[in-house]
Ligand binder design. Structure first.
Ligand SMILES: Nc1ncnc2c1ncn2[C@@H]1O[C@H](COP(=O)(O)OP(=O)(O)OP(=O)(O)O)[C@@H](O)[C@H]1O
Ligand SMILES: C[C@@](O)(CCOP(=O)(O)OP(=O)(O)O)CC(=O)O
Length: 402
């Protein structure tokens, strides 16, 4: 039986996702509605994940609170977090109104505690995993009946890309057309099990906080880039159709070419902004060069790069060419970086020579990459949020710091 001092809790983990068709540009900044649809691959939580506990209790101080990586966050000035919490509370109120025997959790202050197992605000999509975990954990605490698709509408208001982290596998965020944003939702294009061989090698170029935050960068692009309108109106819609077909057919060369072209198109609109925005740097460009060199040397498209709002490269490839692709990057970087072990590194353990001979690669790009990559993360397509019993808030309501 619940008493005055009961602490209600629910915990979840949530994944990062990396877009292959990029979301860049808002048609409504307050509702966080995008100018174009986008599509991403959800990455395995065996490598990167957010763990969030949502709790509520009458013994807590009156204001809702969020502690991230051990530090209290000022959520009262974060409109986005407040929007997510207020939407979730309204849904809980509806549940309570329909069943008067339920505890009135919607009236209790929330204590939310979260940890990212990777750097926050460093271009590794922490906001995506973070807001997806926050929404999922509070929805579980409130025992809401809404589907991940419906919850994605709420997570979108925290951070656009977060709506895609509520599902596993291959996920589209449909931009929608309605002014109130009710049709701007994420949906699964294919589960991870449809194409489980997809691997992602993340080359961490810089784990520093980035120069131009995504929200500000995309506003500048929408307002000033003449390339941008064509991208949103025709380039992306055609690519969305084509990449969904490629995913359905498990056609890696098509998937890869669209992914690389879309990353290039997004960064071209950044360069075309005024003043120009640069997210990629010399190390990123060396990664681009090497991916093209590997594909040329192999004689077919076996790997694809993509870059978000920062210099880190994400390289997609299929497990069957691990030796060729990751093996080559390991031969270049292995001595200077860690991260090759772990659940997806097994095929590389015995690799001693590069899959593609280093003579076939641009030697300057090899040196720049070797000097510029701090760490790698070897991962895979993965599942959506998972309910867990590991809590970051004790039964008495104390914050647990790991
Ligand atoms: N676990 C979390 N719980 C709640 N909010 C989080 C969490 N992790 C990150 N955030 C929010 O996301 C912000 C970081 O988002 P930002 O877009 O700057 O970086 P990023 O997501 O790491 O990079 P990018 O979006 O370019 O990939 C943090 O300042 C915080 O407000
Ligand atoms: C380049 C991107 O990673 C941009 C992500 O932007 P955010 O989702 O971080 O932006 P806000 O909605 O303003 O929080 C591309 C993508 O993930 O689709």
């Amino acid at each position: 039986m619940a008493s005055e001092s009961t602490v209600f809790r629910a915990s979840t983990t949530a994944p990062v996702n990396i877009a292959v068709i990029k979301y860049w540009g808002k048609r409504d900044a307050s509702l966080n509605l995008p100018t174009n649809s986008s599509l991403s691959v959800t990455l395995s939580q065996r490598s990167l994940r957010t763990l969030t506990t949502a709790s509520c209790s009458a013994v807590y101080p009156a204001a809702d609170s969020l502690t991230l990586n051990g530090k209290p966050q000022d959520i009262q000035s974060s409109k986005r977090t407040l929007a997510c919490l207020s939407n979730l509370r309204s849904l809980r109120q509806a549940v309570e109104a329909a069943d008067l025997t339920l505890p009135k959790l919607s009236t209790l202050p929330l204590r939310i505690v979260s940890e990212n197992n990777f750097p926050t605000a460093a271009g590794l999509a922490s906001s995506a995993a973070g807001f997806a975990a926050l929404v999922r954990a509070v929805a579980d605490l409130y025992q809401l009946p809404q589907s991940p698709r419906e919850l994605s509408r709420i997570a979108r208001q925290g951070s656009g890309s977060a709506c895609r982290s509520l599902m596993g596998g291959y996920v589209a965020w449909r931009s929608g057309e309605l002014e109130d944003g009710s049709d701007s939702l994420a949906e699964e294009v294919a589960p991870a099990s449809h194409w489980p061989e997809m691997r992602a090698l993340i080359l961490v170029v810089s784990a520093e906080k980035k120069d131009v935050p995504s929200t500000e960068g995309m506003q500048t692009t929408v307002a000033t880039s003449s390339l941008f309108a064509t991208r949103a109106a025709s380039v992306v819609p055609e690519r969305m159709d084509a990449i969904e077909t490629a995913i359905r057919d498990r056609d890696f060369p098509a998937f890869a070419e669209i992914t690389m072209r879309d990353s290039n198109s997004f960064h071209a609109t950044c360069l075309d902004s005024w003043p120009p925005i640069f997210y990629m740097n010399d190390v990123s460009r060396a990664a681009v060069r090497l991916v093209h060199d590997i594909n040329r040397a192999v004689g077919r498209t076996v790997c694809a790069y993509t870059f978000d709002a920062g210099p880190n490269a994400v390289i997609y490839y299929l497990d069957e060419v691990s030796e060729l692709v990751a093996g080559t990057f390991k031969a270049i970087l292995g001595g200077t970086t860690g991260g090759w072990e772990g659940p997806f590194g097994q095929r590389l353990e015995k690799v001693t020579a590069p899959g593609v001979s280093l003579d076939q690669l641009d030697s300057r790009a090899v040196t720049v990459l070797k000097d510029g990559v701090a760490r790698v993360i070897l991962t895979s397509v993965g599942e959506g949020p998972v309910s867990v019993t590991e809590h970051l808030v004790s039964e008495k309501g104390e914050i647990i710091i790991n």
